[in-house]
Design a binder for this molecule. Structure first.
Ligand code: SF4
Length: 459
């Protein structure tokens, strides 16, 4: 008689399930970000896993499977759950309640808080959908997902309506306001059509797509004195827009205060004090002029961006305080262990991507491109991409991005110096035939977040 090792199994809450259609074949990828383990299961197995919510034992799972019309044998069911359990992807019994103990939410900025917008930048989208082809988790709020499912009935999508969304983590939606992750077709959002247009936008206008897509690539940060509007430099369009004045603004036309922003736009907050290194902090008000000064120096693009960012971290660490960015020297030899760590992380990720993503999937292509480039080229000897690199650091600094990622500012600076070097190595080898490859730094920035590589940094 077959038996389950767990009495009432469920997918562990930290595991991320994503529906993929790769080279025409649908499947579900289970990713454990703690161990970087990736398991591939069929859609039918995923439907069974959704029934395993921590309340059903083997008998109840067999009945649930029969109701779905899947009807596996008891042995098959036990084998599936045993394999997932051995991989550390399951838990037993009901999930603990998701509700956090009540803590006061940080007060939102007053509507009249001034906006400070990244100077001399407007966005010209190239309409090639690079940003819709790269992210493993495109989140939809419940109402956005519902509207998208209604729209899907009129679109020729390669998936049934019920398989279009998965919970962001685990296999069940536990709270009604939880966002959902959309299915990916060869790494592309399922709603990106054959002409690289958003089918939701084409059908219903900008408010038919998720708020995150509507706002992208703008990023809003409250620093105590103002809300800064900068951007996430993760798309080739961002870099190709530099110096082109006629694109779209990062805030609605005429907006001068926080109250004029889209209410659905997310807002990041600069902590006070700001962690500079493992032992030192600085008051938040000191960051405002410093970030602006870093922006101004970086935008001049008159020095080696990677060496400068690295040396700036060193100078801050030695001084225990924010230092004049214009006076930091350049130096990169100490970057080698960081480069080695990045190479190890991206190579492991490239191998994992090869196993479960289709050949044209941009995430897979980029991971392999970066891994191969770092194996063939010494990034410290590769030519700089001065214009991209200067803009990259300027945009990140203006939006206080280097100081708000849950780690000290010095780590943020060294990490970005390393990413710049990785992009140089990629630019030094033949690029994939994809318009997104025109600006490798955008892809490194996106890949580090999308593929969960940020923890590579040997702090
Ligand atoms: S919903 Fe539309 S804009 Fe958003 S990722 Fe999908 S295709 Fe792109």
């Amino acid at each position: 008689m077959a038996a389950l090792s767990l009495e009432r199994p469920r997918l562990a809450l930290h595991v991320q399930a994503r529906v993929h259609v790769a080279d025409g074949s649908p499947h579900v990828v289970l990713h454990d970000p703690r161990t970087r383990l990736v398991a591939r299961i069929s859609l039918d197995d995923w439907r069974l896993l959704r029934e395993a919510d921590g309340t059903r034992d083997l008998d109840a799972l067999c009945l649930a499977a029969a109701r779905l019309g899947i009807d596996p044998s008891e042995e098959e069911l036990v084998r599936l759950f045993s394999e997932l359990d051995e991989a550390g992807l399951l838990a037993d019994g009901l999930a603990p309640p998701l509700r956090e103990p009540p803590v006061p939410a940080p007060a939102p900025p007053a509507p009249e808080t001034p906006l400070e917008v990244l100077p001399d930048f407007t966005l010209t989208c190239d309409g090639r959908g690079a940003c819709c082809r790269f992210y493993g988790s495109v989140g939809f709020a419940p109402l956005e997902a519902l509207r998208a499912r209604v729209a899907a009935a009129e679109l020729a999508l390669p998936l049934a309506d019920a398989d279009l969304f998965t919970p962001l983590s685990g296999a069940q939606i536990d709270a009604p306001d939880e966002p959902r992750a959309v299915a990916l077709v060869d790494g592309r959002c399922a709603f990106l059509d054959g002409g690289a247009r958003c089918a939701l936008h084409a059908r219903g206008g900008p408010y038919a797509k998720p708020a995150a897509c509507r706002i992208y690539p703008a990023a809003y940060v409250h620093d105590g004195g103002a809300v800064r509007a900068s951007l996430a430099p993760e798309c080739a369009c961002v870099f190709s827009s530099v110096g082109r004045p006629s694109g779209a603004g990062l805030v609605p036309e005429g907006a001068a205060t926080y109250g004029a922003l889209d209410p659905a736009a997310g807002l990041l907050v600069v902590p006070d004090p700001v962690p500079l290194s493992l032992h030192r902090t600085a008051p938040r008000e000191a960051l405002r002029p410093w970030s602006r000064a870093v922006h101004d120096v970086a935008r001049r693009a008159d020095r080696d961006a990677a060496g400068w960012a690295w040396a700036l971290a060193q100078a801050i660490e030695e001084a225990g305080a924010l230092v004049d960015p214009d006076r930091a020297p350049c130096g990169l030899e100490a970057a080698r262990p960081w480069l080695a760590a990045f190479r190890e992380a991206i190579t492991a990720e490239a191998d994992a991507q090869d196993a479960h993503r289709g050949a044209s999937d941009l995430s897979r292509v980029v991971a392999r491109w970066a891994a191969d480039a770092l194996a063939r080229v010494d990034p410290l000897a590769a030519p700089a991409q001065a214009r991209d690199e200067g803009f990259y650091l300027a945009a990140l600094a203006f939006g206080h991005r280097l100081a708000i990622e849950g780690r000290p500012l010095c780590v943020g600076l060294r990490d970005r110096a390393t990413r710049i070097l990785v992009a140089r190595a990629m630019a030094a080898v033949p690029a994939p035939l994809d318009p997104a490859a025109a600006h490798p730094l955008a892809l490194v920035e996106a890949a580090t977040r999308n593929l969960g590589l940020a923890g590579y940094a040997p702090i």
